[in-house]
Design a protein around this ligand. Structure first.
Ligand SMILES: Nc1ncnc2c1ncn2[C@@H]1O[C@H](COP(=O)(O)OP(=O)(O)O)[C@@H](O)[C@H]1O
Ligand SMILES: N[C@@H](CCC(=O)OP(=O)(O)O)C(=O)O
Length: 378
């Protein structure tokens, strides 16, 4: 495995994600002093020639305090109201600290749709790259005020990974309220031991990671290690570490081993394949037979003859999934047909396409060039 120092020396672009409990001092309200400490470290990283992108949680936790709720509400519109109010508090706190360190901050509130649509995805990417070129530090959060659960990214660990892939960052640092990832949730198990290093995506990690240990955070440890697995697809390694360690970012950047390093060991996917793999919600999928599974694993395109069924409603050009007959996702890619046409063509030989739909535009349902193989469940 690569040494920490080597990984950090090579890293130029770093995404730092900060969780709600850290930002709001365990839900008591925006922790201006802690923010100040992280921002001064961003400044240090910039002086070392590194680019920093921040993904900050905390809007809802801060809104809960500002609106005087005794505990986090459960009603969706109240949560959205908290997010709207709390985001003001976050922006204000960051703006103050960034200005004090002579840094320029920029706010981006993203939705799932911004990342699922190729054009909006590329727009977001170009805006972020322009900001980095101008030495501004983008601060990203999910736009919780306008979205419901069905269309959400859902947690900022995942958003951190999507951002890492979006800008081809080298490292994702997830600052949290624990020292790192333990063999079990240290809040419940006093014998849990810190894992200092592992391969991102290693299957054992998923069984050791639990949910959020408090009502302030959202994802817990599981979303963090899934985020590391997702970030590894673009070649980025992830560090899960306590944001309370003094000078944590500076010390990491000097190669010190702190928290849990989840090393990316896979070959990075191309940008377009990454975008397809990063889709969290798809409009449809097809179930394919064993012959088609073998063919696409060998690098062939998916032909209608291998398709057993087509589910959902999608348009030509949208990303759909391919499942095997056991229900495991094997690939996803851009469909050359709408769901309606794909249903008419399923099981048909290429020579029957014209007779079935009256024209031949493409013979493949998904061309190999527009397909990404999925190694294991997301
Ligand atoms: N294996 C584990 N190692 C460390 N923490 C774990 C583990 N499993 C579950 N957790 C819980 O995950 C929590 C961190 O996640 P979360 O509360 O969502 O924080 P954040 O707001 O930083 O995202 C920890 O406080 C801890 O209780
Ligand atoms: N977007 C939400 C944060 C959601 C979230 O993932 O929270 P956390 O687990 O604390 O990183 C907010 O700003 O309140």
């Amino acid at each position: 495995m690569k040494e920490n120092k080597e990984i950090w020396e090579k890293a130029k672009r770093i995404v730092v994600k900060i969780g709600s409990s850290l930002v709001t001092n365990e839900g008591k309200g925006v922790d201006q002093e802690a923010i100040n400490r992280w921002v001064s470290q961003f400044r240090h990283l910039q002086e070392q020639g590194k680019e920093v992108i921040l993904v900050s949680s905390g809007a809802i936790a801060e809104g809960v305090v500002r609106l005087g709720f005794e505990k986090r509400p459960t009603e969706i519109h109240e949560l959205q109201a908290c997010a709207a109010v709390g985001q003001m508090g976050l922006a204000h706190a960051y703006e103050k600290c960034f200005a004090a360190h002579d840094l320029v901050a920029a706010q981006l509130l993203l939705t799932h749709a911004d990342l699922a649509n190729r054009e909006r995805y590329l727009n977001a990417r170009h805006t972020l790259l322009a900001l980095l070129k101008l030495k501004a530090v983008p601060i990203i959060n999910e736009n919780d005020t306008v979205i419901t659960d069905e269309i959400k990214v859902g947690d900022n660990d995942t958003l951190g990974a999507l951002t890492t892939n979006l800008v081809d960052a080298d490292i994702l640092v997830i600052l949290t309220d624990q020292e790192g990832m333990f063999t079990a949730d240290p809040r419940n198990d006093p014998n849990a031991e810190l894992i200092s290093r592992a391969a991102a995506g290693s299957a054992d990690l998923e069984s050791m990671a639990g949910g959020a240990g408090s009502s302030i955070g959202k994802g817990g440890m599981l979303t963090k290690i899934l985020a590391a697995k997702r970030a590894a697809r673009s070649g980025a390694s992830t560090v899960i570490v306590s944001g309370r360690i003094p000078d944590v970012l500076v010390r990491l950047s000097e190669g010190e081993s702190l928290g849990t390093l989840l090393v990316s060991e896979s070959e990075p996917l191309s940008a377009r394949r990454q975008w397809m793999a990063d889709h969290l919600q798809l409009k449809g999928y097809c179930v394919i037979d064993e012959g088609a599974v073998q063919a696409i694993r060998k690098g062939k395109s998916l032909l209608p003859i291998g398709v057993k069924s087509v589910q959902g409603e999608f348009l030509k050009g949208e990303v759909i999934s391919c499942f095997d007959q056991e229900g495991k996702e094997v690939a996803r890619g851009l469909s050359n047909f709408s769901a309606e046409t794909a249903r008419k063509l399923k099981g048909k030989h290429s020579s029957e396409i014209e007779d079935t739909v009256g024209y031949i535009e493409r013979q493949e349902l998904i061309h190999h060039d527009n397909m990404v193989l999925i190694q294991s469940a997301n």
